[in-house]
Design a protein. Structure first.
Ligand SMILES: Cc1cc2nc3c(=O)[nH]c(=O)nc-3n(C[C@H](O)[C@H](O)[C@H](O)COP(=O)(O)O)c2cc1C
Length: 176
């Protein structure tokens, strides 16, 4: 693992009504991102779309489906210069075997040459679901830790944080 100041944790996470966990104020992936930050000392950056995804689960599904079908690249409200980081943890929820499209908006607006990218995901049964391979295709020039990312159930992240933290810490140790 590179030094904390050379490591960044980038994530997208949806708050509001979510599958299996009810109405949440801190997203499942956000919880895991903070645990990775605790374990590594690296700082986090949250991808915030210009247009928030709806709070209502049904409406969020609807918007997400349309974005996926149209291969959309929703605009992002914030940004970070990733050039000073060597290792980037990249986290997102599993949305039908895909990272949400705003994650691709972020990826495609940065230069990944020479970076090490370590994916992590929260899900409700589908696991990593091959999303790490999609990240590897999108992050041109990066070495992506395909097959070595972390997958945590959203309900575990939200409701059993001791177990989630154990998984995070064990996984991080394997990269040291
Ligand atoms: C639009 C949408 C699609 C989803 N599709 C899947 C899926 O295909 N497989 C799965 O295991 N979970 C799926 N989920 C559940 C999320 O991956 C899970 O709740 C995740 O922990 C949410 O993380 P977040 O709170 O960081 O956004 C989906 C959720 C949403 C909103």
């Amino acid at each position: 693992m590179t030094a904390p100041e050379k490591t960044l944790i980038v994530f997208f996470s949806h708050t509001g009504e979510n599958y299996a966990v009810g109405n949440i104020t801190k997203g499942n992936t956000h919880i895991i991102a903070d645990m990775i930050s605790d374990a590594t000392g690296a700082k986090t950056f949250e991808i915030v779309p210009e247009k928030d995804y709806p709070v209502s689960y049904e409406e969020c599904i609807d918007v997400a489906k349309k974005e996926l079908q149209s291969n959309a690249r929703p605009a992002i409200k914030n940004d970070i210069d990733i050039s000073e980081y060597d290792t980037i943890f990249l986290g997102y929820p599993n949305w039908w075997g895909q990272p949400p499209m705003c994650v691709f908006s972020f990826i495609e607006s940065h230069d990944w040459t020479g970076k090490t990218v370590i994916p992590f995901i929260t899900h409700e049964g589908s696991g990593m679901g091959g999303t790490d391979r999609k990240i590897a295709e999108a992050c041109e020039g990066a070495t992506v830790a395909v097959g070595k990312g972390l997958a945590v159930r959203g309900a575990t992240a939200q409701n059993d944080q001791d177990a989630a933290r154990k998984s995070v810490n064990k996984w991080i140790e394997n990269f040291n």
